[in-house]
Design a protein around this ligand. Structure first.
Ligand code: G1P
Length: 215
């Protein structure tokens, strides 16, 4: 019995050395190139340590989920996109940070600049990229030219920045709550948030938490 859903073809590519997120994406170039539409096709990148809880999106009815909304935007308009959210200024050096054509919040705005892990004083905004991207295949040629950037790594951000003049790439302010599962606390919170909504686990978990917290 296969764990892979029917109709899904799974390929695994290893990044032989930790040379950066952009390099990791570049490692998938051959897999995309071997597909019917070739490497020029639009594709998505998900960083699974960013867990987005779309069901927690109170007041955002109509969202099909972060990446699904980004795919729908591409299908409707041809624009590519990255997911972004506002972070406290002092945390800009943990993220890719974007600069937009305007700061309107209703529609996804086109990005004009993007910088990886800027110091708060140098950050163009406090809009940080979280790990969901719908990208044009042209990113591969751009990444092949990118020189090591922040942290000495080949950055996906620098590859995307190189495409901004020629490609319509938008900032998607997603509905929902993001948990940074790259931190142990974020990972624990994500598990709790979902377990507390689970019909089987919620009550026994609450009882256990109450007992633990009374200690
Ligand atoms: C990566 C990206 C960064 C993005 C972040 C989101 O950084 O390089 O632009 O904001 O993911 O989680 P990392 O977390 O791998 O340092």
């Amino acid at each position: 019995h296969s764990a892979t859903p029917e109709g899904l073809q799974l390929s695994v590519v290893y990044q032989p050395q930790a040379l950066g997120l952009g390099h990791a994406v570049l490692c998938a170039r051959e897999v995309l190139a071997a597909m019917p539409e070739g490497e020029e096709q639009t594709f998505a990148v998900m960083l699974p340590d960013d867990f987005i809880d779309a069901a927690a999106a109170a007041g955002h009815a109509g969202s099909a989920g972060c990446l699904a909304d980004m795919v729908a935007l591409h299908e409707a308009t041809g624009a590519w996109s990255l997911a972004v959210e506002e972070v406290p200024r002092e945390q800009t050096d943990k993220y890719g940070v974007v600069s937009l054509t305007s700061q309107a919040t209703d529609a996804p705005e086109r990005m004009v600049a993007m910088v990886e892990k800027p110091k708060p004083a140098d950050a163009p905004s406090n809009l940080a990229v979280v790990g969901r991207y719908v990208l044009p295949g042209a990113i591969f040629a751009a990444l092949a030219e990118v020189k090591p950037g922040a942290g000495g790594e080949i950055q996906l951000t620098d590859g995307i920045a190189a495409l901004l003049a020629s490609h319509d790439i938008r900032a998607h302010r997603f509905a929902g709550v993001r948990y940074d599962c790259g931190s142990k606390l974020g990972y624990a919170k994500a598990n709790m948030a979902l377990a507390l909504r689970d019909p089987v686990m919620a009550e026994p978990l609450k009882a256990w938490l109450k007992a633990e917290m009374a200690l």
